[in-house]
Design a binder for this molecule. Sequence first.
Ligand code: NAD
Length: 241
Amino acid sequence: MRAAIVGAGGAIGSAVVKRFVDAGCWVMGIDISEEALDRAAELSERMVCDLMNDKQLIKLREKMEQQNVDCIITTHGIDGSAPLSELSEEFYEKVLNINTLGIYRLFRMALPLLKTAGGSFTIVISQAGLKPEANNAAYCASKYALSGWVRSISDYAAKEGVTVRGICPGCIGTPLYYSAQKQFAASIAMPLNEWLMKREQNIPLGRIASTAEIAECIWFLAQKNVRRPILLVPTGGETLV
Ligand SMILES: NC(=O)c1ccc[n+]([C@@H]2O[C@H](COP(=O)([O-])OP(=O)(O)OC[C@H]3O[C@@H](n4cnc5c(N)ncnc54)[C@H](O)[C@@H]3O)[C@@H](O)[C@H]2O)c1
């Protein structure tokens, strides 16, 4: 596979890069942050790109075409947690642009390339795209939009020879996760440690996931011969579909 991974410098993104590199794939890392890309191991190619920037998106398409990319994975995103009383329109729009709209823009741009290659497009969503969370309305809205979008376009894309899949993981111990948990704990004036313990106790498996576990699931979903499921929900049992 020749894979392009967006958010490659993030916690989940760099684990996905490692999984694909270990399997012998050619891997291009894409991130909005040059500094973040420095953290991704052994990239064959790297590119700083903001999916909301037209010029950068065109450059990205050219690079993907030159390199015959046949597998695109989006692992980028931002924390959208905030109490409703503090959720500004600007912040809501930013969360929707980065977490949702940028993915549509990337897909639309890459569809001709993926059609030619018979390729796959895999999106990291979240269990927050299937189950509401208090103090997390913007994030949930951005992720619900993605889970609906994947389900509605996967059939159309399949007819064009392109596999579109989404993954909705539960809790994974990354900076994004801890940033949201801080908000949740503060909203009920609970010490963070106590909140984190409570959250883990509510996971039937008894622990949060590692980034390597989720990277393994993404590897599985990105295979062209994986026909089911359209959405994979690897949680510790706290969200079951
Ligand atoms: N951590 C969790 O518990 C968890 C659970 C379920 C789903 N997720 C989802 O997984 C994805 C990755 O989460 P993470 O915990 O690895 O976060 P992270 O903050 O470690 O990584 C996110 C990466 O995305 C990059 N990025 C941000 N905006 C971008 C943009 N516009 N264009 C390109 N790159 C951009 C950042 O620079 C960063 O490298 C997110 O979509 C998140 O919602 C996370």
